[in-house]
Design a protein around this ligand. Structure first.
Ligand code: BGC
Length: 724
C-alpha cells in the first residue's frame, strides 16, 4: 500500500441498500506516464473500470475476510489503460461485507448494510512529477444498473435504469487500520462450460443442464421485449420426476433477473455467485438456444497440483467430483457449500478436508489468509467460532473437531509445504484453544455442550438433530488429545518446551480409556465406528490392534460405513493401517447406499453433504441440510493419495523433503497412479498388477530422498525414477 491511506472513504449520500452504487471521477493525463497504479478496496464487493474497461481480473474483490482486522487492498497496474481524457469508476455492491450476516457486529464500519469505497490512483510521469488522485467528496455518485444484489438471493439488472438524482459522494470518517495488501489468492474466472442440454421438464419448465455442478454464474445473450423480466433460477439437481429442484437452497432465492429493454445484450453479473448445475428460465421470450448460455466457473486462483487415476472409472469419477467440490468451495474461503443460505467458512469442514485440499491444489496462500482470520476471530478466552470469518450467529460455539481447525490446519499446511511459519504464526492461537478446552474439561474429559458431534452420521442423527450418534464427550476428549499432540509437536519445532502439556494429555488419555474403553475395546454403550476410528487413529487406545479389530467387526457386521463428518476422514486409514486393507477397499468400492460411490452411481458430479442426498427412488433427504456440493466426505482423497497410491510426507522432514512410499494394492484394481506437485518437484507413484504380479514405479524429485515400504520391507532411494 502506498497512497490509499491518504484517500477518503466515500459512500452514497442517499440510503441505497442492497444495490450497486457507482462512484466516478474524470481527469486528464497530458504527458507520458512512467507508471500508474490503482489501489482500491471497498466495504462490499467492487468492480473498477477505467474508460469503461474493467481493471484486472479479480472477481468479487476485496473478498471475504474478517473485516475488522483485514480488508484487502489490491494494487493494479493501470498505465496501459490511461488515455488523455479519463474516467475512473468504482462500482460497489453489498457482497459479504454489507450483507449483515457475514461478519461480526462490532466490526461494522458503517451501518451493516451500507457500501463504501476508497481508492488512490498514483500516476508517475516520465518528467518526474507524481500525481495522486484519491477518492473524496468531489467524486460523482449514482445508483448503478444492478438494482438489487444479495449474496444469497442473487441480482436484478436493469439496463434501462439511470439514477434520476445523481449526486456527489459523501465522505465519512472511517478507520483504515484494517486495510492490508491482499493476503490471499485472487478470485478469478476459470472454465467456461457450454450449455449441454435444453430440457423441457414434465412440469413444462425450460431448464438448461450444464452437465457439471459448479460455482460461478451464467453469462447469457438476451434481447427480449422491453420491460420483460427474464428470470434465471439455479439448482443443483432435478428431482425424482425430472423437474427443476432447489428447495435445498432453503431461504436463498439464488436468482438472476434481467429486465429486458428490447436491445441485444450479452451479460454476466459482477457481484454475485451461485452453486448450480441446472438453470430454469422464466420470462424469456427469445428462442432458447444453447449457444446463448455459458456457465462461468469462479473460484480462488489456486493451482492444481494433485492427480489420481486408477482402473475403476467410478473411483476416478469420485476423484473428479472431489476436485469440483474443492473448486466450488474454495471461493476465497473454504466454505461448506456454495448454494444455500450458508456459504460459510465452517471450521470443521475445512479441518477434515485440509490434507486433501493441499494435495489437490496449491492452497498455501489460501490457508495463510484464512488462518489469519481464524486467529483474529478467535475469542479472547480461546474458543474458535464455528465459522471463519466469524459471524454473530456462530460466534461463540466452539465444537470439538470444528474448533480444532486452529491446530489441524496449520499443522497440515506445515506438513504439505514444509513452511514453519504456519506453526510460528499459530502457536499462541493453538495454546489459547487448548487452554479454552482445559477450562471446560473435568477430570480430563471435555464434555461441554455445543458440540456438533459426528455430524450427519448414520448412528442416530436425523433431520431434527444431525449431531446425535457417537458420544460427544468421547469425540471432544479424543480431539483434545489429538490437538494437544499437535501443539506439543509444534512447540518442539518452534524451539519451545511442550512438556507441561504432555502430562495433561496423558491424564486425558487415561480418562478416555477409563470411561469409554475396556480391554482395548470401546465399551458397548459407546461402541460406534467413529468411536473406534478416533481411539485408533489418534493413538488413544492402549491396544490399537484390538480396537482396530473391533472397528473392522463393526464395519463388516453391518456391511457399510456409518460415520459422519468426524469419523469418515480417518475411517479407511484406521482400517488399512491396522491390517484391514480389504475392508477399507470394500468401503471405497461399495456403490450401494451408504458409500462414496453411491452418489457417483446416482450421477453426482460433486461430493454430497449426505450419504443419501438423493435416494435410489428419487426422493431426497430433508431440505434442511442437503447440499450436493459439500467437500467434507471428499477427504477420502487423502487416503487415495496416501494409501492407494502410497505417497506420504515424512513428519520429521515435511514438505516432501523426504517421502515415504507405501502403496497398498487390491486385486479389484489393476492399476493406480497419482502425482503431487510439491515444493520440491513432482512426486509420482504408480502400480500395475498383471498376471498376479505387481510392478511399482516411484518418481522422486531432485534433491529429495524416499523410503519405499513394500511387504514390510524398507528400501531407501534417491531422486529419479525407481521400479520395484
Ligand atoms: C454446514 C456444515 C457444518 C455444520 C455444523 C452445516 O449447516 O453446512 O457443513 O459443518 O452446519 O455442524
Amino acid at each position: 500500500m502506498k497512497n490509499i491511506l491518504s484517500a477518503q472513504w466515500i459512500k452514497s449520500p442517499k440510503i441505497a441498500l442492497d444495490r450497486e452504487i457507482c462512484f466516478s471521477a474524470e481527469f486528464e493525463t497530458e504527458k507520458p506516464i512512467e507508471y500508474a497504479e490503482l489501489e482500491v478496496t471497498a466495504l462490499g464487493v467492487y468492480k473498477a473500470e477505467i474508460n469503461g474497461n474493467r481493471v484486472g481480473d479479480y472477481i468479487l474483490a476485496p473478498g471475504y475476510t474478517s473485516y475488522g482486522h483485514c480488508l484487502q487492498v489490491e494494487t493494479y497496474d493501470v498505465a496501459e489503460m490511461l488515455e488523455k481524457k479519463n474516467k475512473i469508476t468504482l462500482s460497489v455492491a453489498p457482497g459479504w461485507k454489507a450483507h449483515g450476516f457475514f461478519g461480526r457486529l462490532e466490526e461494522s464500519f458503517l451501518g451493516f448494510k451500507e457500501t463504501a469505497a476508497i481508492c488512490a490512483l498514483t500516476i508517475k510521469f516520465t518528467d518526474g512529477e507524481t500525481r495522486i488522485i484519491t477518492s473524496g467528496g468531489n467524486w460523482k455518485c449514482e445508483n448503478g444498473k444492478t438494482i438489487y444484489s444479495d449474496v444469497y438471493n442473487g441480482y436484478v439488472y436493469d439496463p434501462s435504469y439511470t439514477d434520476p438524482e445523481p449526486g456527489r459522494a459523501k465522505v465519512f470518517p472511517c478507520g483504515k487500520s484494517a486495510l492490508k495488501d491482499r493476503v490471499g489468492e485472487k478470485v478469478i474466472e476459470h472454465e467456461r462450460l457450454p450449455a449441454k442440454e435444453i430440457i423441457i421438464t414434465p412440469k413444462g419448465e425450460k431448464v438448461i443442464d450444464f452437465g457439471q455442478n459448479l460455482t460461478g454464474y451464467v453469462e447469457f445473450a438476451i434481447k427480449g421485449k422491453k420491460g420483460e423480466r427474464a428470470v434465471i433460477s439455479h439448482g443443483e439437481t432435478l428431482d425424482g420426476e425430472g423437474n427443476f429442484y432447489n428447495a435445498n437452497y432453503r431461504s436463498a432465492k439464488a436468482q438472476a433477473v434481467f429486465i429486458c429493454d428490447g436491445e441485444e445484450h450479452r451479460f454476466k453479473p459482477d457481484f454475485n455467485f451461485y452453486g448450480f448445475r441446472y438453470i430454469k428460465l422464466d420470462g424469456f421470450s427469445d428462442e432458447i438456444k444453447k449457444e446463448n448460455f455459458t456457465a462461468v466457473v469462479v473460484h480462488s486462483d489456486i493451482k492444481r497440483t494433485g492427480s489420481f487415476e486408477c482402473s475403476d472409472e467410478r473411483v476416478n469419477k469420485l476423484f473428479s467430483n472431489i476436485i469440483w467440490s474443492q473448486k466450488g468451495n474454495f471461493l476465497d474461503i473454504p466454505s461448506d457449500c456454495p448454494q444455500r443460505d450458508e456459504r460459510l467458512g465452517w471450521t470443521g469442514d475445512a479441518q477434515v478436508f485440509a490434507k486433501t485440499a493441499s494435495y489437490n491444489f496449491d492452497v498455501e496462500r489460501f490457508f495463510t489468509k484464512w488462518l489469519a482470520d481464524l486467529r483474529a476471530d478467535q475469542n479472547p478466552w480461546g474458543s474458535v467460532p464455528a465459522v471463519i470469518p466469524a459471524n454473530n450467529r456462530w460466534d461463540h460455539t466452539s465444537s470439538a473437531a470444528w474448533g480444532d481447525a486452529a491446530t489441524v490446519c496449520p499443522w497440515q499446511m506445515y506438513l504439505t509445504y514444509g513452511n514453519r511459519k504456519f506453526l510460528e504464526d499459530s502457536l499462541e492461537s493453538m495454546k489459547k484453544y487448548i487452554a479454552f478446552i482445559e477450562t471446560y474439561s473435568r477430570n480430563g474429559l471435555w464434555s461441554e455442550s455445543g458440540h456438533f458431534g459426528d455430524w450427519l452420521n448414520l448412528d442416530g442423527s436425523s433431520a431434527e438433530d444431525c449431531s446425535i450418534g457417537t458420544d460427544k464427550t468421547l469425540i471432544a476428549t479424543a480431539y483434545y488429545i489429538y490437538s494437544t499432540e499437535i501443539l506439543i509437536k509444534s512447540m518442539n519445532i518452534c524451539g519451545e518446551d511442550g512438556s507441561e502439556y504432555t502430562e495433561r494429555r496423558e491424564k486425558s488419555i487415561s480418562a478416555f480409556r477409563n470411561k469409554f474403553m475396556k480391554d482395548g475395546r470401546i465399551i458397548p454403550e459407546y461402541a460406534t465406528q467413529t468411536a473406534c476410528v478416533l481411539a485408533v487413529y489418534f493413538g488413544i487406545s492402549d491396544d490399537i490392534a484390538e480396537t482396530a479389530k473391533q472397528l473392522n467387526e463393526l464395519v463388516t457386521e453391518c456391511g457399510h460405513l456409518k460415520t459422519g463428518f468426524v469419523g469418515t476422514p480417518y475411517l479407511l486409514h484406521a482400517l488399512s493401517e491396522n491390517g484391514y486393507v480389504k475392508t477399507a477397499y470394500d468401503l471405497l468400492l461399495r456403490e450401494e447406499y451408504p458409500s462414496w460411490l453411491f452418489s457417483v452411481k446416482m450421477g453426482a458430479t460433486t461430493v454430497w453433504e449426505h450419504w443419501d442426498g438423493m435416494r435410489e427412488d428419487g426422493t431426497m433427504w430433508s431440505t434442511s441440510m442437503n447440499s450436493f456440493n459439500h467437500y467434507a466426505y471428499g477427504s477420502v482423497a487423502d487416503w487415495l493419495y496416501g494409501k492407494a497410491a502410497g505417497i506420504n510426507t515424512d513428519e520429521s522432514r515435511p514438505g516432501f523433503e523426504h517421502i515415504v512410499f507405501e502403496p497398498i494394492t487390491d486385486q479389484r484394481l489393476s492399476y493406480v497412479k497419482a502425482s503431487i506437485e510439491t515444493r520440491r518437484g513432482t512426486v509420482r507413484s504408480e502400480w500395475k498388477t498383471e498376471n498376479g504380479k505387481t510392478v511399482y514405479e516411484f518418481t522422486v524429485p531432485e534433491g529429495v530422498s524416499a523410503t519405499v515400504i513394500l511387504g514390510g520391507k524398507k528400501t531407501e532411494i534417491g531422486s529419479g525414477v525407481h521400479k520395484f
